[in-house]
Ligand binder design. Structure first.
Ligand SMILES: [Zn+2]
Length: 288
């Protein structure tokens, strides 16, 4: 039973921290009614608050509530309450009833501006505080400290915020998905283009090799780069053949290579011969 309640309080405090931006140590504004009750029951108020809110607390009391306690002339009670931080309420010299004072301190511009947890045994005060969202209310139920469940006003705000988060999340995810899709499409398109484009030229070049002289002569000026590529590939093929034939005779290879270079030079008349010729010369010793 206790664990269940602790879990419920933890969940509730998560709403206050997430939706209403409460931060520990929680400022707990305790009024004279609860202090009096706890003192009479020798209930450790701070310990109880810490256990209920499940985090550090900063107990506070307003000047008006303190004034009420002074008037009891219960020195023990007064000393007990003096241990709490005094909250200046601006009513000094014009002391208000404690519930009025509490309300004026907690609710500023229709909200719990300073994020107070209110600890009171005043049912009337509790009732009026429920109308403003984001006010955790703690009270004593006989000898047990209890936190009120989320007020309807708080719940509405919390639900709306969650909805906003959800929709925002959906929108964000949608946007990100769109961008991802775009990115994927962008990445996929080039890949596809690259994929077919690379193998196709190879096959095309092989075909062109047969009709190379014709093609190169015709398209000399149009595509010099392609011609270079073709040449380099040709050489590679020759290298491959030469490496395979190395066992037979190196002279034949040199003859072939020289003849190749001659052929290349012939072809290069149109293209760039200087670049192609040294490359072949360099490759020959490495293959040998
Ligand atoms: Zn006051």
């Amino acid at each position: 039973m206790r664990q269940k309640r602790a879990k419920a309080y933890r969940k509730q405090m998560l709403v206050y921290t997430h939706t209403f931006k409460f931060r520990s140590p929680y400022q707990v504004l305790i009024d004279d009614t609860l202090i009096t009750k706890c003192h009479s029951q020798s209930f450790d108020l701070v310990k109880g608050l810490t256990r209920t809110l499940q985090d550090e607390v900063k107990p506070m009391i307003t000047q008006c509530c303190m004034q009420v306690l002074y008037e009891t002339k219960n020195q023990d009670l007064i000393e007990y309450a003096k241990g709490f931080e005094r909250r200046r309420c601006g009513h000094f010299g014009d002391i208000k009833p404690s519930h009025e004072c509490m309300k004026s301190v907690v609710i500023i511009d229709g909200e719990n501006k300073h994020r107070y947890v209110v600890a009171t045994d005043n049912e009337r005060l509790r009732f009026s505080l429920r109308k403003t969202p984001g006010i955790p209310i703690v009270y004593m139920n006989r000898a047990v400290m209890v936190m009120e469940s989320l007020s309807k006003a708080s719940e509405v705000v919390s639900v709306e915020k969650e909805k906003g988060k959800l929709s925002a999340g959906l929108n964000d995810s949608g946007k990100s998905k769109d961008t991802k899709k775009e990115g994927e499409a962008g990445a996929a398109a080039p890949k596809k283009r690259k994929g077919p484009s690379e193998p196709n030229p190879l096959s095309v070049k092989k075909k062109k090799k047969v009709a190379k002289t014709d093609g190169t002569n015709k398209d000399e000026e149009e595509n010099k780069e392609e011609g270079e590529k073709k040449k380099s590939r040709k050489r590679k093929h020759k290298k491959a053949t030469s490496t395979a034939e190395t066992a037979e005779t190196s002279e034949q290879i040199t003859e072939e290579s020289t003849s190749n270079t001659a052929a290349d030079v012939d072809v290069d008349e149109s293209a760039i011969s200087t670049d192609a010729a040294p490359a072949v010369e360099k490759d020959e010793p490495s293959s040998e």
